[in-house]
Design a binder for this molecule. Sequence first.
Ligand code: B1M
Length: 212
Amino acid sequence: MSEFQALVEAIIKADIKTATSETQRLLDKKVDVQEVLDKGLIAPMDEVGQKFSKGQLFVPQMLRSAKSMQECMNLIKPFFKEGNISLKGKIVIGTVKGDLHDIGKNLVVMMMEGAGFTISDLGVDISSEIFVQKAKDVDADIIAMSALLSTTMPGMRDTIEALKNAGIRDKVKVMIGGAPVSENYAQQIGADSYAPDAGSAVIAAKKILGIS
Ligand code: B1M
């Protein structure tokens, strides 16, 4: 049995107590932190994301798994600062201007964090100017935008225009999602990627950054 099996199962079953005690046990044993992250936390969250995308898991279960993973990430976070483990890329995320819906966006954040991305979560009602400024500040790889209202979707196009005006469109990939958004809309506005759900968002982010 793999050293990470108990942790993997705990994340999938959303058993926070076992997940955190297993993470601590592995850290105490001085198991390589990158391996704890990759094999013990990211791998089961990938599985949870795939099951969610296929409709085999529902929002509450996914939220509980994501919460378990986040608690374990809190134990691992101090090692990030020491530069012991590598993260996958920097993502600035938010819900577009005029839109206050954030449940789906928060799920995307949790899955992205679980996958090892560094996330700057701007929250809700975010203007194109703020997206662009934050992307500059943190040298972002991706701007990820969520919209739940058909009336706020144009904020996504505005942000892409603002990136062009700021001269950094070629440096920052853009991904979009949310119930009224579609692949077709992504193409129309010149976004790099669209994802229909939080599990697919991780796969899409890895794809546009060329990460396996
Ligand atoms: Co509002 N609301 N709401 N609402 N609300 C909807 C979206 C609506 C479809 C309800 C309806 O009429 N049937 C409708 C929008 C219609 C439209 O424009 N197409 C609507 C409306 C009209 C409104 C108000 C205008 C109502 C009013 O005041 N008259 C108002 C607007 C406020 C505003 O934003 N300015 C409003 C307010 C609210 C609440 C504040 C009460 C609350 C939001 C609370 C919150 O988010 N903190 C709310 C809620 C809860 C909903 C419903 C019921 C649920 C949305 C939700 O959280 N779904 C929604 C109806 C519905 O969907 N059944 C509705 C669960 C969530 C997990 O799914 O957000 O789709 P979702 O996220 C998914 C994917 O879309 C995707 O991944 C997620 C997980 O799989 N995804 C991404 C999301 N972002 C992504 C980004 C990505 C990739 C994937 O990459 C960047």
